[in-house]
Design a protein around this ligand. Structure first.
Ligand SMILES: NC(=O)C1=CN([C@@H]2O[C@H](COP(=O)(O)OP(=O)(O)OC[C@H]3O[C@@H](n4cnc5c(N)ncnc54)[C@H](OP(=O)(O)O)[C@@H]3O)[C@@H](O)[C@H]2O)C=CC1
Ligand SMILES: Cc1cn([C@H]2C[C@H](O)[C@@H](COP(=O)(O)OP(=O)(O)O[C@H]3O[C@@H](C)C(=O)[C@@H](O)[C@H]3O)O2)c(=O)[nH]c1=O
Length: 285
């Protein structure tokens, strides 16, 4: 099999891919941190594609600072749209399959039913909008792509909600957490497993997919589970979004339906609480 280029390799998902690839002995993976492969540098990318002639390109690179994006619109758009266009163009030229990661934040989140891939995307934040633009630009260049929309990623790597809660839980007596935003956490190790399964099976079922863990929760209930399972004795207070002002508006309801991924890609998806337990075990808390 040809090589598999991973862009944004030093981010959370990039590190999870390295972990799972090592566990599974996946051959021919080339992990490219930003310092080695900036997705905004077309000449550098062209040289990498010419050297490796990759079978797959996994794009984990993104601008993910949701609040900061409101003030850095152009930078967020460059990375989340133009960077994806650069990779898509080369994938088209080399016949490389592109695996792009997107987000539940492409949805307005005003509904109350699990979202399917054909539901209307109507982002309410700069981050969500630029990620949607990144999704939309791909088909200008190639039809050999998988877009995996995921949500609330966490893991033992990089910064994420679980690690923030464990830190704050140790430092403070009480934490106020939003309970009126509903969604599903996703263990980035599970998502990495899904990505490698797509490659291992050589699936040709290209297109857009939703992938999170199973179940539904609020940030408050997620935090409560983190503290219960890690036996962190901190008091949690449920608050409404209005009581926790942030620069970016987040979807109120962004639970995604994973039926398409389960049936067309054949992936098994663990419940969020089960995966949280696995992650906390690896964090040794
Ligand atoms: N985190 C989450 O909760 C969720 C994430 N997603 C999506 O999942 C994907 C992975 O996210 P995650 O791993 O958590 O994000 P991270 O922010 O941990 O990783 C993103 C990586 O991209 C790198 N990067 C930024 N700009 C460039 C560039 N121009 N060229 C190359 N690399 C660049 C960053 O480097 P540096 O650190 O140096 O800036 C960072 O290492 C993203 O597409 C994200 O939108 C979807 C839903 C939820
Ligand atoms: C730290 C903290 C956060 N919160 C809330 C704020 C927010 O609504 C929610 C999560 O906060 P964070 O800033 O960790 O997460 P946020 O950056 O909003 O997470 C999002 O990131 C992007 C990249 C995505 O694609 C999304 O799927 C989603 O994971 O928890 C509290 O209520 N209390 C707290 O003490």
């Amino acid at each position: 099999m040809g090589s598999i280029l991973v862009f944004g390799a030093s981010g959370q998902l990039g590190q999870c891919l390295a972990h799972v690839a090592q566990e599974r002995n996946t051959p021919n993976m080339v992990f490219l941190p930003e310092a080695q492969a900036n997705i905004l540098n077309p000449a550098g990318l062209a040289a990498l594609f010419a050297e490796h002639r990759p079978a797959y390109c996994i794009n984990c690179a993104a601008y993910t600072a949701v609040d900061k994006a409101e003030d850095e619109v152009e930078l967020a758009r460059k990375i989340n749209r133009d960077g994806v266009a650069n990779l898509s163009q080369l994938c088209g030229e080399y016949g490389t399959v592109l695996i792009q990661i997107s987000t539940d934040f492409v949805f307005a989140g005003t509904g109350n039913q699990p979202l399917v891939e054909t539901d209307e995307a109507a982002p309410i934040s700069v981050y969500g909008l630029t990620k949607l633009e990144g999704e939309q630009v791909i088909s200008d260049y190639t039809n050999k792509f998988f877009i995996l929309r995921t949500s609330w990623l966490y893991s033992e790597y990089a910064n994420n909600f679980v690690k923030t809660m464990l830190k704050l839980g140790r430092e403070r007596e009480e934490l106020k957490i939003i309970w009126d935003q509903l969604g599903t956490p996703t263990y980035a190790i599970d998502l990495a497993g899904c990505i490698l399964s797509i490659i291992e099976t050589g699936s040709q079922e290209f297109g857009l997919y939703h992938y999170s863990n199973e179940g539904v929760t609020s940030w408050y209930d997620f935090a409560t589970a983190i503290f219960e399972l890690s036996q962190t004795p901190v008091r949690t207070v449920p608050i409404r979004t209005a009581e926790y002002p942030t620069k970016a508006t987040r979807p109120t309801y962004s639970v995604m339906d994973k039926t398409k991924a389960k049936t067309q890609l054949g992936v098994a998806i663990p419940h969020w609480r089960h995966s949280l337990q696995v992650c906390l075990g690896r964090l040794e808390v």
